[in-house]
Design a binder for this molecule. Structure first.
Ligand SMILES: [Ca+2]
Ligand SMILES: [Ca+2]
Length: 656
């Protein structure tokens, strides 16, 4: 930003496209401030507050209205180069049109396959503060298409010629071989993940514990160890299986001097304090035997200061054969602050690798990634600080991983909008922090009503291809966040509602170790306390509940793969209800996030004559069976701060 009055006021002129932006001011590089004049300040999902700026398109005033015979042409958009608007899913192509929110009554796609014309209605699938999005799925073959929108007696078209009230003469061309597609391994949508920090889980072998009295290294860093190891994970595999977990995510296991091991010193050896390669290979075998999966933490952005190439650089300075493995700003290279080399967040202990160097790429892709994938039967990677590593490395990485093991999953650590990485050439899914933020905003912080929750969840789901949304790593806490129960202010009812949402919405649920017994924790390292193996009665009850939820998810394919339809958002009573449906299987979920019991009426699942309550979040027993009224309505009375999962009662005929 520039100042023309000696630093009293600072200004910047930016040309922004219509849309919603978050921003912040940084004073002297460290002092982050929101804008006191912003229309609103919002949480970015990481607990940071940003200022909000809404840029409206010209011609968007007066407010849009459906049925007024006015269509805002400038809002109509279909951009073939953007995945949101056009992508493939197997044998289908998915097409999206954007219009102004609340502006039009009907959106239709006209198709021409060389012989005949067909028309397809496009339902609205999501909306944000400015726009509504309409989507349709068509066969993936050579086609011509254009969009028409209708409002009262007015019609408008969108074609390659732009938006117009005159019938266009040119058509969009669907080229089936040129559509982007993300091929997410099929197993991911069925997975329930469990994240473990091995040092904090279970110490099964005290003989491999780090010596707490010994300084870690010559730099005098200290860190606290609890002695947990992979033998401890092996010992608890059956605990996890009984909980219902099908896939583990281990934070880094390669040799490093810290408890978290996000600063790798030796990628070729599993840390001896974790039981070394033997414990890891045993764990892989034990999981495989039970049909369980495992993903590793890929920390490829930076290394620890004992990494062989960095040691060589420290020793030989300019003469080191590895000087170009890093980005050195000045010699001599010493571990000091500020670091004379590129380092993650400027922290001198984690020098950043130079991915522009082909030797670095070859080392990581072949000596580390390929070697481990050939040695051990694990099922994919979670990628640390994935946004800080160049795209070209991730593209090569994907090829290497998928060539070696086609059903390995790649999950990036991306905190915000991940569209850039989810076009089929880099990741399969990401850690879904925005999803987590919305669930917490509704349940833990009560910052949004259910109508806003539903709208934003749908917008998030629509942002990515369906296979990605259904394979998202949906967690309520992680090693980088406060724990769920702490954020819920200790309220077990809220914790239970959050788990209910997690286990019944699209996306692969992921449990951070100990959340299933209600462990608490604030900032790092408080959120990384040793696993509580002797939980309170409430903690044990929570574990039973989580386990029951997972069992239900595993029994009901609709919860894992089904369509997701909103039946009710009631902001006054704070209620949310939705239906999950897969072929003939239907599951109804109702949540009362209000402090009072609520009465509600809902459209019953199609064809159901009665429903039974399969699970209640408070463990209470409720009427065995609830009859569907004439007209297909369902009346429920649901206690405060409680959620129910209901299943249609088989009519008897279905058995035939
Ligand atoms: Ca209108
Ligand atoms: Ca140990």
């Amino acid at each position: 930003m520039q100042s023309e009055d000696g630093g009293r006021t600072w200004t910047l002129t930016l040309h922004l496209m219509p849309g919603v932006y978050q921003y912040k001011f940084v004073v002297n590089g460290t002092d982050w401030r929101t804008d006191p004049h912003a229309v609103q300040n919002v949480d970015d999902g990481m607990g940071n507050i940003n200022s909000l700026l809404i840029v409206e398109a010209k011609g968007l005033n007066p407010p849009a209205r459906a049925g007024d015979g006015v269509i805002t042409l400038s809002a109509l958009r279909h951009e073939q180069r953007e995945m949101l608007y056009l992508h493939a899913e197997g044998q289908n192509a998915v097409l999206t049109l954007r219009a102004r929110r609340g502006d039009v009554q009907r959106v239709v796609l006209t198709l021409h396959d060389g012989k005949r014309f067909t028309k397809r209605e496009m339902p609205r699938v999501a909306q944000d503060s400015l726009f509504a999005y309409y989507r349709v799925t068509v066969p993936r073959r050579p086609l011509q298409y254009l969009f028409s929108v209708q409002d009262d007696n007015k019609q408008a078209w969108l074609s390659p010629q732009g938006a117009s009230e005159a019938r266009p003469t040119r058509w969009f061309l669907l080229q089936p071989d040129q559509l982007p597609e993300v091929k997410v391994p099929d197993w991911v949508a069925d997975a329930v993940f469990y994240q473990i920090m091995p040092d904090r889980f279970l110490n099964a072998d005290p003989s491999n514990d780090p010596d707490p009295s010994k300084p870690l290294d010559e730099t005098g860093r200290t860190d606290q160890f609890f002695g947990g190891d992979l033998w401890g994970v092996v010992q608890k595999v059956d605990y996890l299986r009984e909980l219902g977990v099908t896939a583990l995510y281990l934070t880094p296991i390669f040799t490093s001097v810290t408890h978290h091991k996000y600063d790798t010193d030796d990628y070729t050896r599993v840390d001896p304090h974790f039981g070394g390669d033997e414990a890891f290979l045993t764990l892989c075998r034990e999981l495989k035997r039970r049909g369980m999966r495992l993903i590793l933490d890929g920390v490829f952005n930076h290394v620890g200061v004992h990494f062989f190439a960095f040691r060589d650089l420290l020793e030989k300075q300019e003469a080191s054969a590895y000087r170009d493995w890093f980005t050195v700003q000045r010699f001599p290279v010493r571990i000091e602050n500020p670091a004379p080399y590129s380092a993650w967040w400027g922290i001198p202990y984690v020098p950043k690798l130079n991915h522009e160097n082909p030797q670095v790429r070859d080392y990581l892709l072949n000596q580390v990634i390929l070697r481990w994938m050939r040695r051990a039967p694990f099922d994919g990677w979670r990628l640390d600080v994935a946004n800080e590593v160049p795209d070209h490395f991730w593209r090569e990485f994907r090829k290497q991983v998928k060539r070696t093991r086609p059903d390995a999953v790649i999950i990036g650590e991306i905190w915000g909008d991940a569209t850039h990485w989810l076009r089929g050439d880099m990741f399969d899914a990401v850690m879904n922090y925005p999803w987590r933020g919305l669930v917490l905003d509704w349940i833990a912080f009560r910052r949004i009503p259910p109508s806003v929750l539903d709208e934003r969840l749908r917008l998030l789901a629509m942002t990515y291809p369906r296979t990605v949304t259904y394979g998202m790593y949906n967690m309520l806490s992680s090693h980088d966040t406060h724990r769920l129960r702490t954020l819920c202010g200790g309220d077990w009812r809220k914790v239970r509602l959050a788990f209910l949402l997690q286990m019944t919405l699209p996306g692969a649920p992921a449990i951070y170790y100990g959340d299933e017994v209600g462990m608490e924790g604030e900032h790092i390292p408080d959120n990384r306390r040793p696993m509580d193996w002797n939980p309170s009665a409430e903690g044990r009850a929570l574990r039973e509940y989580v386990s029951a939820l997972i069992r239900l998810r595993q029994q009901q394919v609709a919860l894992r793969r089904g369509e997701w339809t909103t039946l009710l958002t009631d902001d006054r009573q704070n209620l949310y209800a939705y239906l999950r449906r897969h072929n003939r299987q239907q599951v109804l979920v109702v949540l009362n996030n209000g402090e009072k019991p609520a009465r509600l009426r809902l459209r019953a699942p199609t064809g159901a004559r009665a429903l039974r309550v399969a699970l209640t979040s408070d463990g209470s027993t409720v009427p065995q069976s609830i009859a569907v009224e004439r007209g297909g309505q369902l009346s429920l009375e649901i206690p405060a701060m409680t959620g129910w999962v209901l299943l249609p009662v088989p009519t008897g005929k279905e058995g035939l």
